[in-house]
Every structure is written in C-alpha cells, then in structure tokens.
Design a protein around this ligand. Structure first.
Ligand code: AMP
Length: 222
C-alpha cells in the first residue's frame, strides 16, 4: 500500500484523541520503520491482566476515563526504553499525554517527529463504541467500518481472541475526550513550537491516512 519510502528515524510519537486510529496506523509505521510500538495503554492493561499493584491502581483511572498519574506513566516508560529492542528508538502510542510527560520524555529519549491524527469528536464515539481488537496480534477492527472478514477470527493471525476493551463504552469515551482536550491536546502546540509536529486528517480511509503519515515522515527522515 502507498509509496515506499526509506524512513530512518529515532523515536516517533503517535498523537491524537482516543479512537483516532493510532493503534491501526502504528502497525503500518512499525512495518516501515522497524521501530517497536510502545503503548502505555497496552502496558497498563497488561499490568492489570497480571493483577499487579500498578495495574490495579491504574484501573481506577482507566475505568473512569481519567489519565493515570504522570509519575506512574513516566516510571513505566523509563523502564521500557531500557529494553534491548528500544535501543534504536521506539514508536510511542498514547504517550506522552501531558506536558509533564513530554518534558520527562525529552530528558529520556530524542523524539524526531510527532504524528497528530485529527478526528472530530462527533466521529469518535461511533468509532470507539464499535471497535474490537485481537488479543494476540493487536489488529484493530470495527463492527461497521472495518469488520474482520470472518466473524470472531482475526484476519492477520487467525486467532479467535477478538476482544472489546472495558473502557470502550459511551460514558467513558466522553470522559476520555474531556481529558484529551484539557490535558493532551495542548501538547500539539508544544511539539509544533519545537518543529516536530506532522498533522494528518484522520477522518478518512485507513489507507489514505497511512499514505499521508508516510509522506509526512519521509519529509522528516534523514
Ligand atoms: P489508551 O489505550 O491509550 O486509550 O489508554 C487507555 C487508558 O489508559 C487511558 O484512558 C488512561 O486512563 C490510561 N493511559 C494510557 N496512557 C496514558 C498516559 N500516557 N498518561 C496517562 N494515562 C494513560
């Protein structure tokens, strides 16, 4: 799909409201750059599935659609970027979400580009309330816009572990959007002032959004 571009970058941030398509586009960026995806939401859900104290603490915030405290998130990232696969940079998905997180990140890791996927609020609720993903490979689907070819089976890896997230309900989505606008959206300007922001219209077909992301990144690569 799309133009093949040689992309050689350090870390990239995928930025945007919940349901903008960050997880979907992460798969494309990973295949083009080889960078591992680091999703703080996935890390928190994994911690919860393990039943760790951190996961249980985070659950209170996640269920309410609120941001988990910066100290917890920054601690997770500090540990994650020390792992071997992160030595050449990573693709951050859903991190940073506050100015404090971005400031902490700037001390830990060089960020080359921040890809902001913009989708209007009124589209977000429909997108999130119908979505599900593969617990084994992370492929993301939607009841109406992008269903798996065979119901209950992942197109990418044939797993039958297709799941919906506990916080993908209308009430929580509204809180998550509020948190996004008040705490996360100001980061776009913060990164724009540092010359790192690539803005992409996310209210289009998955492949069109992907092509724009790759062209935007090509302009930033070495
Ligand atoms: P996500 O999977 O990115 O939509 O994140 C799901 C939930 O995890 C969010 O609604 C927050 O409660 C929490 N979370 C994930 N990443 C962060 C972050 N960088 N800062 C604060 N909370 C986060």
């Amino acid at each position: 799909m799309g133009t093949q571009v040689a992309i050689n970058m350090a870390s990239i941030v995928l930025f945007g409201p919940p349901g903008a398509g960050k997880g979907t586009q992460a798969a494309l960026i990973m295949s083009e750059t080889g960078l591992p995806q680091v999703s703080t939401g996935d890390m928190l859900r994994a911690a919860l599935a393990e039943g760790s104290a951190l996961g249980l603490e985070a659950k209170k915030y996640m269920d309410a659609g609120l941001l988990v405290p910066d100290s917890v998130i920054i601690g997770l990232i500090e540990e994650r970027v020390k792992e071997d696969d992160a030595s050449e940079g990573v693709l951050f998905d859903g991190f940073p979400r506050t100015i404090a997180q971005a400031e902490a990140l700037s001390q830990i890791e060089e960020v080359d580009a921040v890809i902001s996927i913009e989708v209007p609020d009124e589209k977000i609720v429909d997108r999130i309330c119908g979505r599900y993903s593969c617990a084994d490979c992370g492929a993301v689907y939607h009841d109406t816009f992008n269903p798996s070819a065979e119901q209950g089976i992942c197109d990418s890896c044939t797993s039958t572990q297709l799941k919906r997230r506990a916080d993908d309900n209308e009430e929580t989505v509204r809180s998550r959007l509020e948190a996004y606008h008040s705490q996360t959206a100001p980061l776009a300007l913060w990164y724009d002032e540092r010359g790192k922001l690539i803005v992409v219209d996310g209210d289009r077909d998955i492949s069109e959004v992907g092509n724009d992301i790759l062209s935007g990144m090509a302009g930033f690569g070495d």
